[in-house]
Design a protein around this ligand. Structure first.
Ligand SMILES: *[C@@H]1O[C@H](CO)[C@@H](O)[C@H](O)[C@H]1NC(C)=O
Ligand SMILES: *[C@@H]1O[C@H](CO)[C@@H](O)[C@H](O)[C@H]1NC(C)=O
Ligand SMILES: *[C@@H]1O[C@H](CO)[C@@H](O)[C@H](O)[C@H]1NC(C)=O
Ligand SMILES: *[C@@H]1O[C@H](CO)[C@@H](O)[C@H](O)[C@H]1NC(C)=O
Length: 542
């Protein structure tokens, strides 16, 4: 057999194309495009069983990876394709599993993927928000796994995390996750992939949260805004549904906006859906000018009654509302612009002011998780937690230490409303516990009773750090001194140590009891003064 070089090259090219038939999607201004410059609208379906979307919460922390089940993908991808679907949203994948079979089936069907980075047990908790080493590892492992596939558009760093005015502080941690995930992609992936946020629609924080994620340094801001929106129910109109207000609001937003979930099931449950809003979304110029399509919630018909398809075993039966959606999507004729002839002119928003309803300053973000710094710190402690200490016991100790010696805790606390963050706010709970024990011990001048905590800790020699750690530890110390000064900047505050300990220890319930941090931090809010805590965040990242 004679193999010419040309044939070989042709063969290779074909093989290359077979592995990645779809062109990556790129972003310009407020719109998505195929690499060839044709505008791309998302015609999506949410694809995950037992999802945590639509306000639902899993209580078990378990999930089924929808991209790791090749048989299910073989069954479902053709059904989605037949309805004109060009994207799916997945909420939780397991990065240790093999996704190649599903990703190939999707690619061959012309379907892109947008995935959430979290999973139920590793996500930013709106009530006990953190952005730490463990979460960052989870996020980067998903990026590593999915960036292998050209048909991945990007990720959500959070889904409905701050969902009303009572939990806005959590948004600071989500935005820190956006910043760090974007940087990770920039440093490790050769093509563009976006990092966005999926929000519910709460009237009290609607404007603030959308502006917050879009404002400031664009390396820290979202690439796209996903709206989970269930406003248009049954027969309605752009005006009546409230879509007009969204058009007005987002018409000057600077990045793409799309519906990250939609498909109101009232009246009549899933089967009552007629998907008039789908037609409006793609065929009304007022909509396509502002929105880049949407993702219908959802493929699987489950207890919450939002499904397009009833699956039992290997059998998938499309429902009536699937036919309605199919008709609407196949009838979609959105107007497109060409990338080259499109000049974006919207500017990023101003960061919102800190108000009663919005407790997050745009001036500083929580620090970037840095595992080696946390390890350096932990290995240098002179007072260390007992190896057998259980995570459930941490909360009481945090409460006692931080209640009695606020300075000891300045290095692990964060306050989104002032932007004051300790350098070790991003370490894991055990490292943080060691840190506060050690600080307390030092502040007590190494008194023999001060490193016991009822047997939970013991002294560990001189605490010599590895030489390679010393510069990083020094700048963390400096940042923490700033945080501590800020904490102690005012003598009032209305809580002396004893009260704080008593008041917080009763609320230590969750395994790692991070809530206690915030009880303490919240009480200390009045004590904090605004300092340019960029210092703290910046110095740690040496
Ligand atoms: C770009 O690619 C898309 C998707 O394959 C295709 O529909 C479109 O016609 C192409 N545009 C041009 C200008 O070739
Ligand atoms: C805010 O959201 C939380 C979590 O979903 C909920 O428990 C709480 O009742 C809500 N509060 C208000 C005022 O809506
Ligand atoms: C859009 O315009 C509104 C009303 O003028 C304004 O409040 C908002 O800040 C603007 N948003 C951006 C992103 O410029
Ligand atoms: C405790 O001391 C040992 C021996 O000096 C050292 O190897 C270790 O890193 C120290 N820290 C911890 C947390 O055990």
């Amino acid at each position: 057999m004679v193999t010419s070089k040309a044939a070989l090259v042709a063969g290779l090219t074909l093989a290359g194309q077979a592995a990645a038939a779809l062109q990556p999607i790129v972003m310009k201004g407020t719109k998505f495009f195929y690499e060839n410059g044709t505008q791309f609208y998302i015609k999506g379906i949410a694809y995950q069983q037992d999802t945590t979307g639509a306000g639902g919460e899993t209580t078990t922390g378990t999930f089924k990876d929808p991209l790791a089940d090749a048989d299910a993908c073989k069954r479902d991808v053709p059904i989605m394709k037949a309805a004109g679907t060009n994207a799916i949203r997945t909420y939780a994948i397991d990065p240790t599993k093999d996704h190649s079979a599903c990703m190939k089936l999707l690619d061959d069907a012309g379907i892109y993927v947008i995935s959430d980075l979290s999973e139920p047990a590793k996500s930013i908790n709106r009530d006990d928000p953190r952005w730490d080493v463990t979460l960052f590892k989870r996020y980067t492992s998903v990026i590593d796994e999915l960036s292998k596939y050209d048909n991945v558009i990007g990720f959500f760093a959070g889904n409905e995390v701050s969902n009303n005015a009572t939990n806005t502080k959590a948004s600071a941690y989500v935005k820190a996750a956006v910043r760090d995930s974007k940087k990770y992609i920039k440093d490790n992936v050769k093509r563009w992939m976006g990092v966005g946020y999926a929000a519910n629609d709460d009237p009290n924080i609607r404007a603030e949260i959308a502006h917050y994620f879009n404002c400031g340094d664009q390396d820290q801001a979202i690439d796209f805004w996903g709206y989970n929106i269930y406003e248009w129910c049954g027969e309605s109109s752009i005006k009546k549904s409230g879509y007009q207000d969204q058009i007005d609001f987002f018409s000057n937003y600077s990045v793409p906006v799309f519906f990250a979930e939609y498909g109101c099931n009232e009246p009549g449950g899933a089967e009552g859906r007629i998907f008039q809003e789908t037609t409006a979304l793609y065929n009304e110029k007022v909509m396509t000018d502002v929105f880049s399509g949407g993702i219908v919630y959802m493929y699987f018909q489950e207890e919450n009654d939002y499904g397009l398809v009833k699956v039992s075993g290997n059998d998938a039966k499309t429902l009536k509302n699937y036919d309605k959606l199919k008709t609407a999507v196949l009838g979609a004729k959105p107007e497109t612009v060409d990338m080259d002839s499109y000049t974006p002119d919207n500017e990023p928003a101003e960061c919102p002011d800190v108000t009663k309803n919005w407790q997050v300053t745009g001036k500083a973000l929580p620090p970037t998780p840095d595992e080696s710094l946390c390890e350096c710190m932990f290995n240098s402690l002179t007072c260390v937690p007992d190896k057998n200490l259980k995570a459930e016991e941490y909360g009481d100790i945090f409460g006692t230490v931080c209640g009695n010696d606020k300075d000891a805790c300045a290095g692990i606390l964060g306050d989104p409303s002032t932007g004051v963050y300790g350098a070790y706010a991003m370490c894991n709970a055990k490292q943080q516990l060691g840190y506060v024990m050690d600080q307390y011990y030092k502040n007590q001048k190494y008194a023999s009773h001060a490193c016991s905590f009822n047997g939970a800790a013991s002294p560990n020699g001189s605490g010599k750090a590895d030489a390679s750690c010393s510069a990083a530890l020094k700048s963390a110390d400096a940042a923490n001194a700033v945080a501590a000064t800020a904490t102690a900047g005012s003598g009032n505050g209305g809580t002396d140590g004893g009260d704080a300990a008593a008041a917080t220890s009763s609320s230590f319930a969750s395994p790692v009891a991070m809530k206690s941090f915030f009880s303490v931090a919240d009480m200390a809010v009045g004590l904090y003064v605004v300092v340019a805590m960029g210092v703290g965040a910046g110095m740690v990242m040496l």
